[in-house]
Design a protein around this ligand. Structure first.
Ligand code: MG
Length: 331
């Protein structure tokens, strides 16, 4: 009997991946048991496909990364950020002989529950939602409950990676740890690139120590940081970055906080975005009849709806409920 593509991949995982890598055939399974006769894809590959085909994934195209409703066509969105994270994470996973498919699935879903308007949106929901709001918990809720009205029924390994991709999380797999590193490598570098493009900073403003160590160009820096993870992790059951480069990356991140994330002119638009989302949240709480039919009751449903919005949709709903329209309506 000829081997199925899936059996071939599972066999290759058993043979070629490091002993400490996650193996799809040994997955802890799905939340709800389901028949799995896929002859082509492994469990982690199916998770990746479920995520890519979800509506929440498509909405990432119109969610702010750092610059709200960016005028230029070349600024990152939450979707292109996600793709950059996935690409860096896959490069790391393949080089370290960890599970590339698991890494990719976690990376593609890691920000899927992010609010509109980036961290400004997250701050507003955190303040209004009873018990607070964290985008990584919402990402898991999107995958477990909200998509396809009963969730995507992902494997435990992908779920664990989604909910623990931040610094404080304790992921159960090295693949999840790689996504966390890739997230940081991606956003620090592309936020520098976008801030340069927006003339918020100049090349000469960048701190000299990290630039000397990592390189003057965007691509050189990403390459140096990838090599620093490989140097620290190859042949070891760990996923970490060499100390010198980790410090340089942290220094660049602090620079972004000081010069870009707070107080820069485009960031001042965030106050307006916060006010807009706050008013929408309070409006839907008073008028649940405007929520989608299958919404959870009370604050839960309002949170799910507001968190799921794109920047554009939030602005259009605000206009619908709060801005006067000319009368009589035009034909
Ligand atoms: Mg991210």
């Amino acid at each position: 009997m000829t081997q199925t593509p899936r059996a071939f991949t599972e066999e290759r995982e058993r043979r070629d991946l490091m002993p400490w890598a996650a193996r799809s055939a040994e997955s802890a399974g799905r939340v709800r048991p389901e028949a799995d006769g896929d002859p082509v894809r492994t469990a982690f590959q199916r998770d990746r496909d479920r995520i890519i085909h979800s509506k929440a994934f498509r909405r990432l195209k119109d969610k702010t990364q750092v610059f709200i409703a960016a005028e230029g066509d070349h600024y990152r969105t939450r979707l292109t950020h996600t793709l950059e994270v996935a690409q860096i994470a896959r490069t790391l996973a393949r080089a370290l002989r960890l599970n590339e498919d698991l890494t990719e699935a976690i990376a593609l879903a890691h920000d899927i529950g992010h609010t509109p308007f980036g961290h400004a949106g997250e701050r507003v929901l955190d303040e209004l939602v009873p018990g607070g709001f964290r985008h990584y918990e919402q990402s898991l809720r999107v995958c477990d409950v909200l998509e396809r009205s009963q969730g995507l029924n992902l494997t435990q390994e992908v779920r664990d990676g989604i909910v623990s991709h931040t610094a404080s999380g304790r992921p159960g797999t090295l693949e999840a740890r790689l996504v966390h590193l890739a997230d940081r490598i991606a956003y620090v570098n592309h936020d520098i690139d976008d801030a340069l493009r927006a003339h918020i900073i100049q090349e000469r403003d960048l701190p000299t120590g990290p630039i000397r160590l990592l390189g003057e160009r965007h691509s050189q820096r990403i390459h140096a940081l990838v090599l620093a993870v490989l140097a620290q992790s190859a042949g070891e059951p760990q996923a970490a970055m060499r100390e010198g480069e980790a410090q340089a990356l942290e220094e660049l991140r602090q620079f972004l906080f000081q010069r870009v994330y707070f107080g820069s002119p485009p960031k001042r638009e965030e106050k307006k975005a916060e006010g807009l989302l706050r008013q929408l949240y309070l409006f839907y709480r008073e008028h649940p009849e405007h929520l989608p039919e299958q919404s959870a009751p009370g604050d839960e449903g309002v949170r799910d709806y507001c968190a799921g919005m794109t920047d554009h949709f939030a602005i259009s709903q605000y206009a619908r409920f709060f801005l006067p329209r000319p009368w009589p309506p035009e034909e």
